[in-house]
Design a binder for this molecule. Structure first.
Ligand code: SF4
Ligand code: SF4
Length: 167
């Protein structure tokens, strides 16, 4: 059964095949722009709240291997995440479960990625896909403005890359 997030289904061609070097400068305005996009996503979800995009917080979808889906992250989000979580709290992802999950709860909830915000296991896939597409355009716009390489990388590769990145 394919229960991939819409994020996974988009932009296959643009996805990176492996983790990469995120030797990027942390810029306050990039972080602010990503924060604005997250607020925008949260508002869109709030405005379209239905019984189907209610999350019971079971945490099952953050165990990607067991749940059978994947999460992809854009490069501006990694800059944001690294800055907000802090270098000392960056974790690698050696297994299929997100290392920020503890006792089925997200310990990085405030700073979680667009795909984490958009995915609801029972929600309308069309709504999620449209929202993902719009969010990706916004992240691409940041890259264009800031001359930052746009990358769209699977969670484990992304976390492993930033955790091993030395400023
Ligand atoms: S979206 Fe679904 S699987 Fe994921 S935590 Fe919420 S209820 Fe659980
Ligand atoms: S950041 Fe949080 S919500 Fe996203 S996959 Fe990890 S534990 Fe789940």
């Amino acid at each position: 059964m394919d229960v991939s997030t819409p994020m996974m289904k988009l932009n296959n061609a643009e996805r990176r095949k492996s983790g990469g070097n995120f030797k990027v400068e942390i810029k306050d305005h990039i972080i602010n722009e990503v924060g604005k996009i997250y607020n925008w996503i949260d508002k869109q979800i709030g405005a379209n709240a239905t019984e189907n995009n209610r999350c019971d917080g079971c945490g099952k979808c953050c165990d990607f291997e067991k749940f059978g889906h994947k999460l992809y992250i854009t490069s501006p989000e990694l800059i944001y995440f690294k800055a907000k979580v802090g270098m000392g709290n960056l974790k690698t992802m050696p297994a299929g479960v997100c290392p920020y999950q503890s006792n089925n709860k997200c310990t990085a909830h405030k700073y979680r990625f667009a795909g984490c915000r958009i995915f609801f296991c029972k929600a309308d896939e069309d709504f999620q896909s449209k929202l993902s597409e719009e969010a990706i355009l916004k992240f691409k716009e940041i890259c264009k403005k800031e001359n930052l390489p746009y990358e769209y990388t699977e969670l484990a590769s992304s976390l492993n890359a930033i955790a091993s990145d030395i400023d």
